[in-house]
Write a protein that binds this ligand. Structure first.
Ligand code: SF4
Length: 588
């Protein structure tokens, strides 16, 4: 027996705070899988929220599965056993449901690895009555589940808090009634608004490869699937339930200060599919943070726009007053304050990150960033005055309408910032390090940029090479780039339709050789990655109802082409994108 892997899992469990261990007797067993390593999965608040939601039900037991790292893989190899759950070290095929939490397209091959190691057929149509239902949720599924359509029996689209309870109730009913696999899927697809069963739909294509028609194969199966939203009323502030020393957030309790973002950046999927942006009343936030601090003095504050959170300075003060410490991800350059920077310094944060995204004012207008050069310089000066921070800056290359001058302006902006930082920190005698992360722009569904292609890989490489050389001459600036070949794969998995599943399967079966999988595929991957799409085209994800008007996205797309900004969200006063009704409060 795989003693070493079992003992590794037991030691891991012993180091965790907050894991749930339940007896299986009479309960529905859910294998909750994260398609990446333990340390990555446990840093994902969404994954932890679902674990908590499932285990808070008396009649459900949820146990975790992760992609094994190299050490774990060799222990599995020695034991010759399939993949095991962390809590009770049970095999994947012994569960009733195998539920994957998906946040990143580049994790998709890992799903196939976990299914393979769990001895489950990779393709949905090859699974039999005795196999668990294999399902997925998470943000990439409600952006576009189609590239994964062949591998999953069903998807649960939208925010888990809005649909998971109803889904589990109906699933338990079907199981109690002794329904078979197909009947259960059929009942769920009919009764639960956000359930999507890909095999219940047929798709026809035109001669040019675009989608002609898409329709349900059975009566009463909905044509459109509604993405679930957090239920109205008082939303519960999400916090992580398990702490482990093995994550980058070691022993920190993660607290979600808000969901979504009202700034309307045109490239950002989270800014569109988590609409309307939600924040919590200051008192509620302070109460939750206070409660967390009673048992743990280290917290990680999460939000798409931390500095836009009402009462954020009070939250930071409360943590420091109680002798705690906190960390944040990136800050908005135009809403950070000297106070916030001071609190972050007191909390021991070493690096502050801001995201200009583009070097030129023109391109920042194209992406609707609402950020001027003056605001960026003021933020840099503020950080430099505090005296002890390294600065991380996020940029993208390959953005729609980008010219060579726009790329040059990344360099110019960074040079000017460096000048400001040197000037401001000179009086304190310490210059923080500047690090740049420069990523390729990847078009995402449900954004105004969904019709744009990924820029050609050689051009992306050339831009990166030029920036690298120019920044090397500057000195004192570290720079990292993502790899354009992975941006290509991510774009394919993000913008593809269900025909892309065959490329993914072949890449997996050839040990990750995407070049070969793409070359020998019957489907041309460039069709999905490098082709500008028509505004009147049926897009693979158009069947998902996010509450967003497509006309609104088209309007934003056209404004981008003119380098014109549009307004940010004004919840309760605006209904222009379709998600809010004027007068309705956040949480609709
Ligand atoms: S309707 Fe207006 S406030 Fe509501 S999400 Fe859309 S843009 Fe934002």
């Amino acid at each position: 027996m795989s003693d070493k892997i079992i003992s590794l899992f037991r030691k891991r469990l012993a180091r965790e705070k907050g894991a749930v261990k339940k007896d299986w007797g009479g309960r529905v067993a859910v294998a909750l899988a994260y398609p990446n390593y333990y340390r990555t999965g446990m840093s994902n608040l969404g994954f932890q929220v679902v674990y908590h939601l499932l285990n808070s039900k008396r009649n459900i037991v949820a146990e975790r599965f992760f992609l094994p790292d190299d050490t774990e893989m060799s222990l599995y190899g020695e034991a010759g056993k399939g993949i095991l759950s962390l809590e009770s070290q049970s095999p994947l095929h012994s569960f009733d449901l195998a539920a994957f939490s998906l946040s990143f397209e580049n994790d998709y091959p890992n799903i196939l690895k976990i299914l393979d190691m769990g001895k489950l057929p990779l393709l949905s149509n090859e699974r039999e009555e005795h196999h668990p239902l294999v399902m997925a949720g998470g943000v990439t599924t409600f952006l576009n589940p189609e590239p994964m359509a062949d591998f999953f029996d069903l998807f649960l689209l939208g925010e888990a808090e809005g649909v998971l309870d109803l889904f589990m109730e109906r699933y338990i009913d079907a199981r109690g009634a002794g329904e078979g696999r197909q009947e259960t899927l059929s009942m769920l697809a009919r009764d639960v608004p956000s359930v999507y069963v890909p095999s219940f739909y047929s798709v026809e294509y035109r001669g040019d490869g675009t989608i002609e028609n898409r329709e349900p194969l059975e009566r009463d199966i909905p044509e459109k699937i509604e993405a679930a939203r957090m239920p109205p009323g008082k939303p519960r502030i999400a916090t992580s339930v398990i702490q482990t020393p093995e994550t980058p957030f070691a022993q920190r309790v993660l607290i979600e200060l808000g969901r979504g973002c009202g700034r309307s950046c045109r490239f950002c999927a989270a800014g569109y599919v988590y609409r309307p942006p939600r924040t919590y009343p200051k008192e509620e936030l302070l109460a939750t943070v206070g409660e967390v601090l009673n048992t743990n003095d280290r917290v990680g504050l999460l939000s798409a726009a931390i500095t836009d959170t009402p009462g954020i300075e009070n939250v930071m003060e409360l943590i420091l007053e109680k002798g705690g410490n906190f960390s944040v991800s990136s800050l908005r350059a135009d809403s950070m304050t000297e106070n916030m920077v001071g609190h972050l310094k007191a909390a021991g944060q070493k690096t502050l990150a801001i995201a200009p995204e583009a070097g030129s004012e023109r391109l920042r207008k194209v992406i609707n960033k609402h950020l001027t050069e003056d605001q960026i310089m003021q933020a840099a000066a503020m950080i430099a005055r505090a005296g002890e921070f390294n600065l991380r800056l996020y940029f993208m290359v390959g953005l729609p309408t980008e010219t060579r001058e726009d790329v040059d302006e990344i360099l110019e902006l960074v040079k000017t910032m460096k000048h400001h930082i040197v000037k401001e920190s000179g009086t304190r005698g310490r210059i923080g390090r500047i690090r740049l992360s420069i990523n390729c722009f990847i078009p995402k569904p449900f954004t105004p940029f969904q019709w744009f292609p990924l820029e050609q890989v050689p051009i992306l490489k050339e831009k990166q090479k030029w920036l690298k050389k120019a920044l090397r001459k500057e000195g004192g600036i570290k720079v990292s780039f993502d790899l354009p070949k992975w941006a290509y794969v991510q774009s394919l998995l993000s913008m593809g339709d269900r025909r892309v599943g065959s490329i993914l399967l072949s890449a997996y079966q050839s040990g990750g050789d995407w070049k070969q999988a793409c070359r020998f595929s019957d489907v041309n991957p460039d069709f999905f990655v490098h082709r500008p799409k028509g505004l009147d085209e049926n897009l693979p994800w158009d069947f998902i109802d996010q509450g967003l008007y497509k006309e609104h996205l088209i309007k934003e797309y056209k404004l981008a082409l003119k380098a014109k900004e549009s307004d940010t969200c004004h919840v309760g006063e605006c209904d222009r994108c379709g998600v809010c009704t004027v007068g309705a409060s956040a949480g609709k």
